[in-house]
Design a protein around this ligand. Structure first.
Ligand code: PMP
Length: 423
């Protein structure tokens, strides 16, 4: 994307015109949540204004219109990741999607779901593998599942930069491994996981793969068929969409064999006082009233991204990632976390400033209108491994300008001296 194109794109995002603390807003926190274009804001408003009704239930025309929009949104979002719409389950976000998959495997492990659920049953002796760099959302549900089933949770280690040590995978992944859950792109380091290698290792031992695609689906072309994973999750609010919507994608034969997690209305065929029969996927996982306006707005966000082009968004952000990494690595006192400059990374970078708490660093940037994320970024084990309690992260998106990256780097050169850090 060139500067003219980005300037035109920015016109669609009213919030980017705001001033913060007397400075133009430099929003470098899209990794936490992205901003929404007018198209997405309007999609929610238009639905509420003209079509709002209960989907899949009403016998009236308004309900039929709402249902059609809701299911069209599913088809749009599914196609965006190369999936069939019957494989896309709406959730409130990635956290809910990961809890759904872990919870449903827990249900299967408790003996429910009949013969079809056999392959999901976990017990003592079985192993679940995660990585040391996971977001808590892709760690704690697996800890809980292990505790509930008696399975063992193991982890793939990272190196001193926080980058996955694939060479250690052979020691961790074995015939006992039943599930491998990992992030496609780390929300802390921006490193891109070796998906095909991990999928090949999983296939060799017959393990299921679960990909946390929160930081990839918004930023790079993602095609579930070529990734080869079994399940994948992402959140709408990180990809120009609203809060309260996300998705679980799963291979159809797996989703249809998996028992439900949440139960209630809209997910059944027949119910008696003693039991219930469930609809096939995706409905069997969508109990209760769904986030309809959010789903429709997410489809609008997807169309916006497609109109710009995911390849071009990725290329632009990859260049920002390199600029951030090289710029930060050159500043005395600052330690860049993640892949060294020159190696692939997404459009984000985190750093530590020796001797200064990340919250003070964040305040310094905020005083200059620059919004960055500080803290452990929901990845405490990774920070502990790096000997840190917190770090500062700048993350870009399609509306980020090179001038903003440079404004951030200029401020980063001043933050150490400001706090009396010389080297
Ligand atoms: N995984 C990763 C890698 C993330 O970056 C995030 C959001 N910070 C999540 C999971 C959780 O997403 P959500 O809070 O939208 O459920």
């Amino acid at each position: 994307l060139d500067a003219t194109e980005i300037a035109a794109l920015r016109e669609r995002f009213p919030i980017l015109a705001r001033e913060m603390n007397g400075h133009p807003l430099v929003y470098l926190d899209s990794g936490a949540t992205s901003q929404r274009p007018i198209e997405v804001i309007d999609a929610e408003r238009d639905y509420a204004t003209h079509q709002n009704a209960a989907v899949h239930r009403g016998a009236h025309l308004l309900a039929a219109e709402a249902t059609e929009l809701f299911e069209d949104a599913r088809a749009t979002v599914a196609a965006f990741i190369g999936a069939d719409e019957r494989e896309l389950v709406w959730t409130s976000g990635a956290t809910a999607a990961l809890n759904l998959i872990a919870g449903a495997i827990g249900t299967a492990s408790a003996g429910l779901g009949g013969a079809a659920a056999e392959r999901f049953r976990l017990g003592p002796g079985d192993e679940i593998v995660v990585t040391e760099l996971e977001h808590h959302a892709n760690l704690i549900p697996w800890q809980q599942l292990a505790a509930r089933t008696g399975a063992t949770l193991r982890h793939l280690p990272v190196d001193d930069n926080g980058v996955l040590r694939l060479e250690a995978a052979g020691d961790v992944i074995s015939e006992r491994t039943r599930i491998i859950a990992f992030a496609h792109v780390s929300n802390v380091t921006g490193a891109i996981a070796p998906v095909s290698e991990l999928v090949a290792l999983a296939e060799r031992v017959g393990a299921l793969t679960v990909l946390d695609a929160c930081q990839s689906v918004p930023h790079l072309p993602v095609d579930v068929a070529s990734l080869g994973v079994d399940f994948l999750v992402f959140s709408g609010h990180k990809m120009l969409g609203p809060n309260g919507i996300g998705a679980l994608w799963g291979r159809r034969r797996l989703l249809d064999a998996l028992p439900p997690f949440l139960t209630g209305g809209s997910m059944i065929t027949t119910v008696t006082l003693d039991g219930a029969e469930f609809l096939p996927a995706p409905q069997r996982f969508e109990a209760g009233t769904q986030p309809v306006s959010q789903a429709i707005a997410l489809a609008s966000a997807v169309r916006f991204l497609q109109a710009v082009g995911m390849d071009r968004i990725h290329a632009t952000e990859a260049a920002y990632g390199q600029r951030l990494a090289a710029g930060l690595a050159a500043i005395p006192g600052i330690t860049l976390i993640g892949p060294p400059p020159g190696t692939p990374r997404a459009g984000l970078a985190s750093f530590d400033l020796a001797g200064v708490h990340a919250h003070d660093v964040g305040q310094f940037f905020d005083d200059r209108g620059i919004a960055v994320r500080v803290g452990h970024h929901c990845a405490q084990p990774l920070h502990r491994r790096l000997g840190l309690t917190a770090s500062t992260r700048a993350s870009s998106y399609l509306y980020t300008t090179e001038a903003e990256i440079d404004a951030f780097l200029d401020a980063a050169t001043l933050v150490g001296p400001f706090f009396g850090v010389s080297r």
